[in-house]
Design a protein around this ligand. Structure first.
Ligand code: NOJ
Length: 549
């Protein structure tokens, strides 16, 4: 049964693009301080062009106290000295364009850093001032206002409210922060806020950015009365968002996206906007990408799907139907800087992005090579699907989740905001290994690295895999070349009859078979274009093959 419509040849780049996420602090460090930076990224852009991706999305590199690794912005229109300068950003964009790569930058509109002058001015201006109206300040409950205004929880643990002390020393109101206490939420009902973000978009579009990834695109609107809401503390992330949820996925966000779309459309070159919106079901998420709203939304429904043939087929069909219903391309994503790297995530029972660590709270440690085999098989499913795919840095090297990070080296605010120490996201953020024999595996010249790199990563270094047949790096390069040559991004998908725990589908002239069963399955005698593990007449457990149809 055909479930997708071919895209016209003249369709814009983002409809079929493979977009590679760079997490700047962990990609490449040119200054040698152990934190990645913009000149480091520029020096390694050729790796991404050679990999065959269409665009690069950069997580935030703006001025920031770095309490949430840059998602706490204190100046949206400047580069944090940790990462370089505005000139470095210009040079990066120019070099990317020379190499034929588009650049998507991150924008963080739900909250700023508490060190942003806008928030500092709000504190200084005092109660009742227009400056206070930029953020969500409310009086506390209880006789002396010492209880938070409602029961909302921070995504990183603990209450979502912090009480301020006024200039005269008296206890003041509370401000809302759905994330860390240093990330106060804006009040998007205030037109002043919308005007400032128009300027931010224009600032980066004018510098040549090809698009924006919009942080927390499901969270900007809050129910005006800020009602109590019972959340499961382990499911604060909007994995489900009923229409009456007081802060996730509310209808009032849509006029904001229409306004942003008009700005993007006023620029040449098919500028694109992609939503980070943790909203289910996908039919609801599709509202974020209606024709006059955003261009794409990350498909977290796909990311959260377990390694199970029935569930995987269902989410593929559901995604294609939901996004096509509004004329948008589906996206596909398996890994990012907030989730357990997919080879490990698909191999443990715990699907939520709470991290894996050593000790009693640890999920079972997966076998590294079995996890890699499964991860590679999952990648070859994703890269065969029509639409646009997102890769996260290091997945092309097959990096495992870093589990053995000592407690004292952990950096994620989740780790220290939760009483029982939820491991959080450090395990997917460890700096990349570029060269097998260099200090810090070539990440920095000095050998410094802001999170420790496992000694066993020698074998994952790009230098150890480049040109090596069958390596994960070469598998990704081949997959991206074949995806382009066979037009898979703009194809129609047809499901073929298959046995239990095996997925079998055809996209253009490529037949994809995925063996998720425990046994080997027979393989049709036809040309093998690519396989996640060499087939030997049969297809082994946890293997995907692309055959000439
Ligand atoms: C989503 C980002 O991906 C995550 O890293 C960040 O902590 C939160 N938004 C808050 O900005």
């Amino acid at each position: 049964m055909p479930t997708s419509t071919p895209t016209p040849v003249s369709s814009p780049w983002w409809r079929t693009a493979v977009i590679y996420q760079v997490y700047p602090r962990s990609f490449a460090d040119a200054s040698g301080d152990g934190v990645g930076d913009l000149p480091g990224i520029t020096s390694r852009l050729k790796h991404l062009a050679d990999l065959g991706v269409d665009a690069v999305w950069l997580s935030p590199f703006y001025r920031s106290p770095q309490n949430d690794a840059g998602y706490d912005v204190s100046d949206y229109c400047d580069v944090d000295p940790l990462f370089g300068t505005l000139d470095d950003a210009d040079a990066l964009i120019a070099r990317a364009h020379e190499l034929g790569l588009r650049i998507i930058v991150d924008v963080v509109p739900n909250h700023s850093s508490s060190e942003h002058p806008w928030f500092q001015e709000a504190l200084a201006a005092g109660p009742g001032s227009p400056e206070r109206d930029r953020y969500i300040f409310r009086e506390g409950r209880g006789a002396d206002g010492s209880e938070p205004p409602n029961n909302w929880l921070s995504m990183f643990g603990g209450p979502a409210w912090t009480r301020i002390t006024e200039a005269d020393g008296r206890p003041g109101p509370w401000y809302l922060h759905l994330f860390d206490a240093t990330q106060p939420d804006f009040d998007w009902t205030n037109p002043w806020v919308a005007d400032r973000f128009d300027e931010v978009l224009r600032f980066w579009f004018d510098r040549g950015a090809d698009g924006f990834r919009i942080d927390v695109a499901h969270g900007l609107a809050k129910a005006p009365s800020l009602p109590d809401f019972e959340v499961d503390p382990r499911r604060t992330g909007g994995e489900w968002a009923p229409d009456d949820h007081p802060y996730w996925g509310r209808a009032e966000v849509h006029p904001i996206w229409r306004r942003w779309r008009a700005i993007a459309d006023s620029y040449d070159g098919d500028r694109a906007l992609v939503a980070e919106a943790w909203v289910t079901p996908l039919s609801k998420l599709a509202r974020w990408v209606r024709r006059d709203e955003l261009h794409q939304a990350f498909n977290f429904g796909y990311l959260m799907t377990a390694w199970d043939a029935v569930e995987l087929r269902a989410v593929i069909d559901e995604s294609l139907a939901a996004f096509e219903g509004v004329g948008a391309p589906s996206t596909w994503v398996l890994s990012n800087h907030d989730t357990i790297r997919h080879p490990f995530r698909l191999s443990v029972a715990e699907q939520l992005p709470h991290g894996i660590g050593i000790g009693p709270k640890s999920a079972d440690r997966p076998d590294e090579s079995a996890a890699l085999a499964r991860g590679r098989a999952a990648t070859l499913v994703m890269l065969a699907l029509p639409g646009s795919a997102y890769l996260y840095q290091g997945e092309e090297l097959g990096l495992p989740e870093a589990i053995d990070i000592p407690d004292e080296a952990r950096q994620d605010p989740t780790w220290w905001r939760t009483p029982d120490g939820v491991y959080g996201r450090d395990g997917c953020r460890v700096p990349l290994p570029w060269e097998a024999d260099a200090p810090a595996f070539g990440f920095s010249l000095t050998g410094k690295s802001w999170l420790p790199q496992p000694a066993s990563w020698t074998k994952y270094a790009a230098s150890a895999q480049a040109g090596v047949a069958g390596s994960t790096l070469e598998m990704y390069r081949s997959a991206l070349r074949l995806r382009r040559e066979h037009g898979l991004g703009q194809a129609r998908i047809t499901w073929n009859e298959s046995i239990e725990d095996v997925l079998d589908f055809t996209v253009n002239d490529v037949r994809v078979i995925v063996n998720m069963s425990d046994t080997e399955v027979p393989l049709p005698r036809t040309e093998v274009l690519l396989a996640s593990a060499s087939p030997t007449g049969t297809l082994a457990h946890d293997t995907t093959v692309w055959l000439r149809a």
